[in-house]
Write a protein that binds this ligand. Structure first.
Ligand SMILES: Cc1cc2nc3c(=O)[nH]c(=O)nc-3n(C[C@H](O)[C@H](O)[C@H](O)COP(=O)(O)O)c2cc1C
Length: 181
């Protein structure tokens, strides 16, 4: 099983689980996928672009307005290149932004532009996850055809017990493999 010639655009949002994304990248790269990370402004508080760049062996995309060397507009070229867009961890905030079609950063613009499969892997506090607003937003995204690998139950970073922990890396990677083969 390999993912040679497959382009995975990986969005990393501002949650504690961002450190687990490193393992997702390592496993996808091992399978020979080309992994390009989009790190949100909040996500950069949790993990460095240097780490993501080193593991993915690619430049990390952070800024929609950076100067365009190749005349490729970043969010359009990433969206077109994607065989799949994975957001892990996906915050309540990006889920809300996508549910209303916001396009206020590179990640949301890329998702709105892409015709590729969109996989959302939420991670958040269990009370946040069960809030009606978050549930309704996830329902909206499911109606748009987006897929979800839902969080697990267990001890959360805040010390609470409940659902909200990012799904197992193996489950996220398995979904990507199944989708791209
Ligand atoms: C220490 C800390 C941990 C956070 N963890 C989460 C989280 O696990 N899930 C979540 O949805 N938001 C979490 N947030 C809030 C997000 O960072 C915030 O909603 C932000 O606007 C998300 O932006 P983004 O979706 O563009 O990355 C956390 C904030 C802080 C300060």
């Amino acid at each position: 099983m390999h993912l040679k010639d497959k382009n995975v655009i990986l969005g990393i949002c501002g949650g504690i689980a961002a450190y687990k994304t490193c393992d997702i990248i390592r496993q996808l790269v091992k399978l020979q996928a080309n992994v390009e990370c989009i790190l949100t402004k909040s996500g950069a508080n949790f993990i460095t672009s240097l780490t993501l760049q080193t593991l993915s062996k690619n430049k990390v995309h952070q800024n929609m307005f950076e100067s365009i060397g190749t005349y490729d507009i970043n969010h359009i070229s990433l969206a077109k290149k994607a065989d799949i867009v994975v957001i892990a961890p996906a915050t309540a905030d990006i889920i809300a932004r996508l549910a209303v079609g916001r396009a206020d950063d590179l990640l949301s613009c890329t998702v709105l532009t892409s015709k590729a499969k969109i996989l959302i892997c939420p991670a958040m506090n269990s009370d946040m996850l069960s809030h009606k607003a978050v549930c309704n937003n996830m329902e909206t995204l499911k109606n748009y055809g987006y897929s979800f690998v839902m969080p697990e139950s267990g001890e959360l970073a805040c010390g609470d017990y409940g659902s909200g922990r990012l799904a197992k890396v193996e489950d996220i990677v398995s979904f990507v493999i199944k989708q791209l083969n």
